[in-house]
Ligand binder design. Structure first.
Ligand code: NAI
Ligand code: PHE
Length: 348
């Protein structure tokens, strides 16, 4: 496998024959502090796709920490599983976590992990028994608990800021389409419904859709309709890569506010959205509530109120990004990167 160039600091890659899992840690930058970012555990088509994903996600964490003003660098772990997590027996999963913890120990505190797709606070509790380089333990184990609710609060702030930028008067009555009803999406759906949105939802898990229909009166659509169904605000809360340049050219929405990391499959998609007048709240700004929760509680000693206030302030950060993009005639991604770069170049 030929490894492409990368502007990050370090990639560690390990294969374990016993479990059949590949372990990748990407440390993109420690410029602002030790790197941090979650552990993503899922099946990948090949180890090199897993390495590329870890590196891209680690880079996004650097931008996220910088744009949110957090004193941390960017990193990410990917565990490429031999089979879907639900099909692994407990002993195999335990062994995978032990190996992951051993890899984290080797990085000696230059990288601290946390939850992401395929891992939970309960998994962080197990890792924390083996290495101190872990954020996001459960409340029962003395940690701050899931980052999902704060991520959702920040994404909701992004929905409101995006709607304002697009000329809407609040969220009441807007058609808000939420893709993915997991730890983040389910709470985003509740917040949007609570603010009077006409909720449209989709998830590969029909039970999650049924619950949103029952609890919130949401309309359920097919997963394939996510980029073709007309709405006012599209809120991707599943995996990244949904918006290609082609999708950007046709997606029938006025605003996109993304929880999903690396939403744009192609950097040019941001320019296509700009030309179409679609307000895009960049993922690494909109979804920073989880990082604010984990770093705020576990590094900076903030209480829950302060974490929530800083998370709600994502709306103000985005308003500044939208204004800068408008003034300079650049994409919102470029304006957000400018904000992050200013912090990175002005940091210690
Ligand atoms: P999760 O795994 O709890 O939920 C994801 C949901 O998306 C699941 O319900 C799943 O069934 C659904 N899904 C998967 N593929 C789908 C598809 N093609 N169409 C429709 N639904 C699909 O994950 P979580 O924690 O809610 O995260 C969602 C996204 O937000 C991820 O991209 C994650 O990286 C990102 N994120 C999460 C943060 C957190 O604090 N949990 C923080 C920042 C970003
Ligand atoms: N994985 C989440 C994210 O992408 C939460 C997280 C933030 C985990 C910071 C670890 C560190 O933001």
């Amino acid at each position: 496998m030929a490894l492409p160039e990368w502007d990050g600091e370090l990639t560690s890659v390990r294969y374990d024959r016993g479990t059949g899992a590949w372990f990748v840690v990407g440390v993109h930058s420690t410029r602002l502090g030790p790197a941090s970012g979650g552990t993503r555990a899922m099946v990948y088509p090949s180890p090199d796709v897993a390495v590329a994903d870890a590196r891209r996600l680690a880079g996004a964490m650097t931008s996220k920490m910088a744009a949110a003003g957090l004193p941390m660098g960017g990193g990410k772990s990917v565990i490429a599983l031999p089979a879907p997590r639900a099909e692994l027996d407990d002993a195999t999963w335990q062994r995978i976590l032990e190996l992951h913890a051993a890899n984290l120990e080797l990085l000696g505190g230059n990288y601290t992990t946390g939850p992401d797709i395929g891992t939970s606070s309960a998994d962080m509790d197990v890792l924390a028994g083996l290495t101190p380089h872990v954020f996001g333990r459960s409340v029962a184990a003395g940690g701050p608990g899931s980052s999902g609710p704060m991520t959702a609060l920040g994404v909701f702030a992004a929905i409101r800021a995006g709607a304002r930028e697009a000329g809407f008067d609040g969220v009441d009555g807007l058609r808000v389409l939420v893709q993915g009803l997991g730890a983040v999406g389910a709470d985003v759906a509740r917040l949007a419904a609570g603010a009077g949105a006409k909720l449209i939802v989709t998830d590969v898990d029909p039970a999650r859709c049924a619950a949103a229909a029952d609890e919130l009166g949401a309309e359920v659509v097919d997963t394939g309709a996510v980029t073709t169904r007309e709405c006012d605000v599209l809120v991707p809360c599943a995996t990244g890569g949904l918006v290609t340049a082609e999708v950007a050219a046709t997606v029938p929405t006025a605003v996109i506010a993304s929880a999903a990391n690396n939403l744009l499959a192609d950097p040019y998609a941001a320019e296509v959205l700009r030309r179409r007048g679609i307000t895009y709240a960049p993922d690494f700004v909109a979804n920073a509530g989880g990082a604010i929760h984990l770093v705020g509680r576990e590094v900076l000693g903030w209480d829950a109120r302060r974490v929530a206030d800083r998370t709600e302030a994502i709306g103000d950060t985005l308003a500044g990004i939208f204004a800068d993009a408008r003034t300079r005639g650049v994409t919102t991604v470029e304006a957000a990167q400018t904000l992050a770069s200013r912090t990175l170049t002005g940091g210690q």
